[in-house]
Design a protein around this ligand. Structure first.
Ligand code: NIG
Ligand code: FE
Length: 404
């Protein structure tokens, strides 16, 4: 007997294969029509054209069902607002100029250092609740607004507690190498400090990230950090070629990074190198939109055969956007990605980045029942109707958590 059956779904839309999906594979998607979806013990127990027995039924005859979205790159937990900085950019100041003047990331660092953990929890619980209401059921979050041991660990602890106290699953990454705080002579000296706290970080996560960027951590510094982190058993991710073409993506491929993220400024050669590797190219067109920058070359990456994922990059500076429908809209309009590719990139491949492929990101028997029911007649309406109130119900671990 099932716990719940979503009956007569108009469409059940799912990636066809387990990730990683590469190049052409992202164009394929499975669309089942008029099916019943059984859920038992938090997992998908049956997908059938014939009626299923259940304790409870939800009529899905007017719904398109998708796997819950997996947002594989955000900067929660943060605190405070940088709306003035945003407005300064509209008056001509650039993101890097603001950062060099002590604004930007460092102003959020001040806010996060001053915040009590309770403040971090309430602020970010609210954000996660908003994300859930848009169908996001798993979120990666990063430290990186502490830049000292105590605050970095406070952020990682906040991520651990956030995972427990609300519905969205939270996967932590350590981003101590996000900026250089005052008191250090050079980037290398700060990275040595970051490396010295990795033992304590290990209690919370096995994955680190670094902001490889002009005026932040250059190629040599980044390589120094990647070597040290890998030698200590950590998996690595990189903010690569986000604003300038430094070569971070090539480094990511060379060091077998889980992902190279952003890639707005990546050159042709970098896009090829990445496509030939196992490293996932994570595109976040919300950041391009929010900063008024150009967009990463998604079409080229896919034509070259890359493993591609989409994410929000939600953070208080460069991208205060969490909506997966808006990100999909931007990817389809500006990165040359089709709606089918975008769905695969925000579900199966995003789950793969977080080591969750095989459990999440597909609608298949045995997978975790994280689902979003959309008030649409066809999944291809998503990029067109992205700003509408289309989420009818969200199911997390088999429970109806929204829209009951
Ligand atoms: O992914 N690039 C560095 N980190 C973030 C921005 C963080 C911030 O501005 O607070 C990003 O764009
Ligand atoms: Fe980021």
């Amino acid at each position: 007997m099932n716990d719940l059956v979503l009956s007569n779904a108009l469409q059940v839309v799912t990636p066809l294969q387990e990730p990683p999906l590469r190049g052409k594979e992202l164009a394929e998607i499975e669309v089942l029509e008029d099916v019943n979806l059984g859920i038992k013990g938090g997992k998908i127990s049956a997908i059938s054209n014939t009626p299923l027995e259940s304790r409870r039924y939800v009529d899905a005859s007017n719904c398109v069902i998708l796997p819950g979205f997996v947002d594989c790159h955000t900067h929660i937990p943060f605190y405070g607002s940088r709306h003035e900085e945003f407005l300064m950019r509209t008056q001509g100041k650039s993101y890097l100029e603001i950062m060099q003047a002590g604004g930007g990331i460092l102003s959020t660092v001040e806010a996060v250092r001053a915040a009590r953990i309770e403040d971090l929890l309430s602020f970010n619980t609210r954000l996660l609740g908003e994300m859930l209401s848009r169908g996001v059921t798993t979120v990666e979050g990063k430290s990186g607004y502490g830049l000292d041991k105590d605050t970095e660990l406070k952020q990682l602890e906040a991520l651990r507690v956030l995972d427990e106290i609300q519905h969205v699953d939270v996967i932590p990454t350590f981003l101590g190498a996000h900026a250089i705080p005052s008191g250090f002579k050079n980037p290398k000296e700060y990275l040595e400090y970051v490396i010295s706290i990795l033992n304590e970080v290990r209690e919370y996560t096995d994955t680190v990230d670094i902001f490889c960027e002009e005026e932040v951590f250059g190629i040599e510094d980044t390589e120094f950090f990647l070597k040290a982190a890998k030698a200590r058993g950590f998996k690595v991710r990189l903010h690569a070629d986000e604003l300038t073409s430094l070569g971070g993506s090539k480094l990511a491929a060379r060091y077998g990074a889980l992902s190279a993220d952003h890639l707005i400024a990546a050159d042709e050669d970098s896009l090829k190198t990445l496509a030939d590797s196992e490293t996932v190219a994570v595109l976040m067109p919300g950041t391009s939109f929010f900063l008024g920058e150009s967009y990463a070359k998604g079409r080229q990456l896919l034509n070259n055969g890359a493993i591609l994922a989409l994410a929000s990059d939600l953070n208080p500076g460069s991208c205060n956007i969490y909506d997966p429908f808006m990100v999909i809209h931007l990817a389809v309009v500006n990165c040359g990605i089709t709606i089918e590719e975008a769905i695969n990139a925000y579900t199966a491949n995003a789950a793969h980045v977080l080591g969750l492929g095989g459990n999440k990101g597909l609608i298949r028997e045995g997978y975790i029942a994280d689902l979003v029911l959309l008030d649409l007649r066809h999944y291809r309406e998503i990029p067109y109707r992205f700003s509408h109130d289309i989420v009818r119900m969200v199911i997390k671990d088999g429970e109806v958590v929204l829209g009951d």
